[in-house]
Design a binder for this molecule. Structure first.
Ligand SMILES: Nc1ncnc2c1ncn2[C@@H]1O[C@H](COP(=O)(O)OP(=O)(O)O)[C@@H](O)[C@H]1O
Ligand SMILES: [Mg+2]
Ligand SMILES: [Zn+2]
Length: 565
């Protein structure tokens, strides 16, 4: 394939750089007034135009166009050489891979030589914060007295790691995250020119997902365009895994307002539209963790768009630190709940029910210790009183568990006692399929043969094999094997006749009977959650709580891993 779209679309003229007007204007003025400095520091998030602007500056100072205002002209020999990456006086150093003091010394030794092609030798040192202290010191010496023919442009995503001594010697420019509308405009231009068919909603979703990075936005567009002829919103949401992020915000708002039915609706809507419950819980945990970070230290380092930050700051202010920790923990358990697969929404519903309980009466768990189970139930799970389960929107199953104040609840959890319609049933369906002379086709036997199946598919067809590998076994019933695929796109492919035929054939060989293959879709549930989340089942947890046995959740337990940013 051709080169990455974001490279093809690297601005070759100042006018094509968007969202950094203040910087572009200053640099252009310096060129026109022939007052270019000798050391620049470009700081800001990735993909906002630092390298691009550094190259534009390098090109402009070496451009041969007699009209200073037209530099870079993109037509003279020097401009063309820079564009084609063969201009000898533009030296780009990636500090991430050349961090040693020797590298910088070598640079210093060579710096004395006059430029060979142009007027200025331009050194672009990318990711300059990666330099070691001694390398910084060596660099500093050079920055103190740079030769007249040398220009340094240092670039970094982490300005706080740059020593003050270096900062003070550079003209500093801070690149901003690019606002969503400007990214959308650019993506529009690119799509039209590249002949990419894409829905307007997809463009703005991509733009929002890119959190201000034009490079990320263009790369996402590139990726989506290579996946599908027509990039619809649905495909975009599928692939970006963003279908539920508004739902996450809505759910926290429901917790804040203590509105029981509203939050349950949010959960059900998200799951109905294909979100994987554990994935959804994980998104919630991420979001809650970020709220905690905002609460504790303003979240300055979180990569957030301004509008998202406003919403999150509001939510963080409305919640107490202890509450946030409880929420992270509660939904963390839902995220990691392997046993809840027979009733996917239950873990979320219970975590949510606990959340609004704590929200309404933070001390309820302690109080409950001295209360009889039945009384406590009434108070601690106000949304799930038996009768109004309709209007609260809580699923029947969850309501049933909550109704059960007596020990029967334990029974409800046992597979044998399950009588409700059960889409994700794992063990019960198998026996029905096993009639007559056929080999038994059940969850267990299919699981047991999984590796054999995988191998057989691999031997026959690599595409089917790739699809099969990304599939997760959901259940087996009535001669139908239900697989879960991580996206709608993959689901569709899996349902294609060619793949179906092959899989049916392989199943027939192994199980000696006709087997239908069907697919559901959802974010990949196989990826395991963070290890430090308590892995016990949420249903168990809820049941213990209903019996007043639940210990107060350890509020001091440290929240999840540190910032990944
Ligand atoms: N401000 C911008 N205007 C237009 N395109 C941009 C801008 N910033 C980044 N891009 C796009 O992203 C790509 C990478 O940008 P780059 O300048 O390398 O980012 P970084 O800030 O990480 O150095 C460019 O090739 C271009 O396609
Ligand atoms: Mg860069
Ligand atoms: Zn030129």
């Amino acid at each position: 394939m051709s080169q990455a779209l974001y490279r093809t679309w690297r601005p070759a003229l100042w006018e094509e750089v968007v969202g950094q007007e203040h910087i572009v204007q200053t640099l252009k003025n310096a060129i026109t007034g022939d007052r270019v400095g000798h050391a620049y520091l470009f700081a800001g998030p990735k993909g906002t135009g630092k390298t691009t602007s550094a190259r534009l500056l390098a090109k402009a100072v070496n451009c041969l166009d007699p009209d200073l205002a037209k530099r870079p002209c993109n037509q003279c020999a020097n401009c063309l050489a820079v564009n084609e990456g063969r201009f000898l006086d533009l030296i780009e150093i990636d500090a991430a891979s050349n961090t040693s003091v020797d590298d910088i010394r070598e640079l210093r030794d060579r710096i004395g030589f006059a430029p060979s092609q142009g007027r200025f030798k331009v050194y672009i040192i990318d990711e300059v914060h990666m330099l070691s202290t001694s390398a910084f010191n060596a660099l500093l010496k050079t920055l103190e007295e740079p030769p007249a023919h040398v220009i340094f442009i240092l670039a970094t995503t982490e300005i706080h790691k740059i020593p003050a001594t270096v900062l003070s010697r550079c003209q500093r420019h801070e690149f901003r995250r690019i606002p969503v509308p400007l990214i959308v405009d650019k993506l529009n231009v690119i799509s039209v020119q590249e002949g990419i068919q894409i829905d307007a909603e997809s463009l703005s979703l991509i733009a929002r997902q890119a959190t201000g990075s034009m490079r990320d936005a263009i790369s996402l567009l590139d990726q989506l365009a290579s996946m599908s002829k027509h990039v619809s919103l649905a495909i975009t949401q599928d692939i970006l895994g963003t279908a539920t992020s508004q739902a996450v915000i809505d759910l926290v708002d429901s917790i804040l307002s203590g509105a029981g039915s509203q939050g349950l609706e949010v959960i059900h809507k998200a799951l109905d539209s294909g979100a994987d419950p554990r994935q959804f819980a994980r998104q919630l945990v991420d979001h809650l963790r970020n709220l905690l970070v905002i609460k504790l230290n303003d979240g300055k380092d979180l990569e957030l768009l301004p509008e998202t930050r406003v919403v999150m700051t509001r939510q963080a202010q409305a919640l107490g630190t202890g509450q946030l920790i409880d929420l992270v923990k509660g939904f963390g358990e839902a995220a990691n709940d392997l046993k809840a697969s027979w009733q996917p929404s239950l873990g979320l519903e219970l975590a949510y029910a606990s959340a609004i309980t704590w929200q309404a009466a933070p001390a309820v768990v302690e109080v409950a210790k001295s209360t009889k189970p039945a009384e406590k139930m009434d108070r601690s799970v106000p949304v799930s009183k038996p009768q109004p389960s309709q209007e609260t929107g809580m699923s029947e199953q969850a309501a049933r568990v909550n109704q059960a104040t007596a020990p029967e609840v334990h029974e409800a959890h046992k597979p044998a006692e399950r009588k409700q319609p059960n889409p994700a049933s794992t063990e019960t369906g198998g026996n029905e399929a096993a009639s007559g002379e056929k080999l038994e086709l059940s969850m267990e036997t299919v699981r047991g043969q999984w590796d054999v199946l995988k191998r057989a598919v691999r031997e026959k067809d690599s595409v089917t094999s790739a699809l099969f590998n990304s599939a997760r076994l959901m259940n087996v019933r009535d001669s139908t094997v239900m697989l879960n695929l991580p996206s709608e796109l993959l689901q569709k492919r899996m349902l294609e006749e060619k793949n179906q035929t092959l899989l049916r054939k392989i199943f027939r060989t192994i199980f000696n009977q006709e087997v239908k293959i069907n697919c559901t879709v959802g974010a990949n549930p196989v990826t395991e959650a963070a290890q430090d989340v308590v892995p016990n089942g949420l249903a168990d947890l809820a049941i213990r709580e209903l019996h007043g046995e639940l210990q107060k959740v350890n509020k001091t337990k440290k929240s999840k891993d540190k910032d990944k940013e």
